[in-house]
Ligand binder design. Structure first.
Ligand code: HGY
Ligand code: MN
Ligand code: MN
Length: 412
């Protein structure tokens, strides 16, 4: 087996160079010049690995190794190549690069699969630019709505639709990104764990049992901007204080679930933002996740009730709450998990069955094809930050498992 940690590292570093913030982590938002450069690099690397390459209507790169019987449903693997702002080099990219390395190893081995194998590099998984996460995998699943392309905007007010057109895509064709039912045999995603478990236990790989459901809300609280010196405390409608109470309520509600449910206020904008002005407006995000659908519902309901309580009539505060993302938890395919577990044992890799606290394209792919995930360790459990790190050997271990699974699933 010719899985080469050095080639993997070279690709990781090459992709990291397509970066809008080279002095502070990696930032590669969707439909940007950095995305375009990375896409061109990916097309070229996939072609060098012997794949025929297409770009789908929303910008997903699909490299295809046709099998002896091209009419059979393809075994697919992939992940995303967009990043969060000031993120790391491995989130998503590890799965894209693992796919490239598997394609090269299959080519070197002269392996001709019975059924086609697809290597997929998705876009806008993070939703960092427009706030719509899992965007292209939702398109592949046929779950994207036309209004999504107009409803979501970046910080400059550019819609997804306009950004797609500027990027050279035709937004009117987005629905054609939907994969035909039965076109895929299965989807495997290799991804960094983004948490501390494997780093702590020392196991080589994780085999994901289920992926959390996610609710992403944007809350706007409107109060009264006022003079910070002359306005008595009891006469204030301070939007920031209300937002802070909500952040504490979110922490409390998540902990109360006692099942790993999490809730995060990740971003907060305060207006007008002067040191001597009582905040008149606060806009913040609420990210709620759980493997339990009941917990997701209970926490979001509790927080909406708390919001209404805080912004009651006499407080002079009002609020709006917009749901940006609402995806249910999803279980990974049991027979694929079994196959990965057996293959890991054969390869002498220690494997841990575990949930995913992060969301992934895999949860959209699972709506139309059997899906499974391979985790590789994250050093100190860090992710979504420049400190994100997984060693070439750890990446190679996961890639060897992916390679073995793809060979078995695509049939000699
Ligand atoms: O937010 C997530 O869990 C993923 O990184 N998009
Ligand atoms: Mn991420
Ligand atoms: Mn990711």
């Amino acid at each position: 087996m010719s899985i080469d940690p050095n080639r993997i590292l070279q690709d990781i570093n090459a992709l990291a160079a397509f970066n809008a913030t080279p002095n502070n982590g990696v930032t590669r938002f969707t439909y940007t010049p950095q995305h375009k450069a990375a896409q061109q690099w990916l097309v070229q690397r996939m072609q060098q690995a012997g794949l025929t390459v297409q770009i789908d209507p929303v910008g997903v790169v699909v490299g295809r190794l046709s099998g002896k019987d091209p009419s059979l449903a393809a075994v697919a693997t992939g992940s995303h190549y967009d990043t969060v702002g000031h993120g790391g080099r491995y989130d998503g990219i590890a799965g894209v690069v693992a796919g490239l390395e598997v394609a090269r190893a299959l080519q070197e081995e002269g392996f001709v699969p019975q059924r086609p194998v697809e290597f997929i590099a998705t876009v806008a998984e993070e939703g960092s630019r427009f706030g719509h996460s899992l965007f292209s995998s939702q398109a592949m699943a046929g779950l994207l709505q036309k209004h999504d392309l107009a409803d979501y905007r970046d910080s400059n007010g550019i819609t997804i639709e306009a950004a797609m057109a500027q990027f050279g895509l035709d937004p009117a064709q987005f629905a054609k990104a939907k994969r035909a039912p039965g076109s895929l045999r299965c989807f495997l995603e290799l991804h960094i764990e983004q948490g501390p478990v494997l780093d702590h236990t020392g196991e080589d790989v994780g085999i994901v049992e289920a992926i959390v459901g996610m609710k992403e809300l944007t809350v706007t609280i409107t109060g009264k901007a006022n003079h910070a010196g002359a306005t008595p405390m009891y006469l204030r409608s301070d939007a920031l204080l209300a937002a802070c109470r909500m952040a504490l309520a979110a922490e409390e509600a998540a902990i109360r679930e006692q099942n790993g449910t999490v809730a995060t206020v990740g971003s907060l904008q305060v207006e007008p933002g002067g040191f001597n002005i009582v905040p008149g407006r606060a806009v913040f995000t609420l990210d709620i996740r759980s493997v339990s659908e009941q917990s997701l519902e209970r926490v979001s309901q509790t927080l909406l009730e708390r919001l209404a309580q805080i912004c009651h009539a006499e407080s002079g505060l009002s609020f709006t709450c917009e749901t940006k993302v609402d995806v249910p938890p999803v279980k990974m395919d049991p027979s694929l998990r079994q196959l990965l577990t057996e293959q890991a044992a054969k390869l002498g890799l220690s494997a841990r069955q575990m949930p995913s606290g992060a969301g992934h394209d895999a949860q959209m792919m699972a709506t139309f094809t059997p899906t499974a995930m391979i985790f590789v360790p994250s050093q100190d459990g860090r992710s979504h930050c420049p400190q994100e790190y997984t060693s070439p050997l750890q990446l190679a271990n996961g890639t060897k498992l992916l390679y073995a699974a793809i060979q078995q699933l695509s049939g000699r």
